[in-house]
Design a protein around this ligand. Sequence first.
Ligand SMILES: *Cc1c(COP(=O)(O)O)cnc(C)c1O
Length: 362
Amino acid sequence: MERVYNFSAGPSVLPGPVLEKVQQELLSYGGSGMSVLEMSHRSEAFTAIIRDAESLLRQLMGIPDNYKVLFMQGGASLQFSMVPLNLLNGSRRAGYADTGSWSKKAIKEAEKSGTVTVLASSEGEGYSRIPALDLSSASGFDYIHITTNNTIEGTRYAEIPDTGDIPLVADMSSNILSEAVDVSKFGLIYAGAQKNLGPAGLTVVIVREDLLGRCGAACPAMLDYGTYAQSESLYNTPPTFAIYVTKLVLEWLRDAGGVEEMEKANRGKAARLYAAIDGSDLFENRVEAASRSLMNVPFTAPTDELNREFLQFAASNGLKTLKGHRSVGGMRASIYNAMPLDGVQALIDCMQTFERTHRQGD
Ligand SMILES: *Cc1c(COP(=O)(O)O)cnc(C)c1O
């Protein structure tokens, strides 16, 4: 069976060895005679899987002991609501950075629970850079929210802002584990798994313990971080298979040298792709250099027709799902941890061939 290079933004490419292991273990996990798909979430085998997944994540990210790791459902989008529901409990004021479509959605949900101050926005510049947070008025906020990597616009925080005593909350859906981060700088980190971590259906939340238990008496149990923390994410049935596959991805990452090696590889892949785009007379990336994402690289040709032609040409060469988000157009190459350098090089070769043919055809 031939595999393509899949540049999808999410759900996205998983490491080949992980998929092979899933296949090997699918009918009988660990000699149990049953699939993880069929197993009780309270069985001994699954308990070991979820514990391993947590301890691998703790080890790989260097998560301090005073943080809980929660395995949940509902995607990053449910976190847009859960974060304000749980954390807007003092002044009921929060600061948000508006850096793209996902942060806009997060802001909209938070406004239902309290008062949002937008501390930075690059909307007027088409979200082509990460604006600095204006912290001059930032006192008394219950938290400040950022999106560390903007999947659609292709921007990333090169440096995590210092918000002092105000808990920093981060949507890390599309760049968790892609580079080293100091977890102690954050009050809460959340990520939908389907970009850089595993399959759809799982959301990971990393939360400092002092931020738990503030959701209030009327808070539905399933929307209270405390419920997940107290039950070790087993209050109800968690997304068992997604947790299992994520555990395999974390093992793969550890065996590949951990986050440090991943970051080196990701920087190398991104640098090569941006250099090819910048050196091209046909393709363009409009993001300010210092804000460029290591994970999602949008680029365009001068006309819609050329974009369409290129997408077709790339697909016929086994380079799939390169179409840009509908709000941005053009192309987008998502080059997550599991995308090998060979895939990025194949894309560059394809762009260069297309450009040459296009010039000859002029
Ligand atoms: C994909 C994505 C989301 C939405 O994730 P869902 O799991 O589909 O809810 C939110 N934020 C960012 C940064 C994303 O990339």
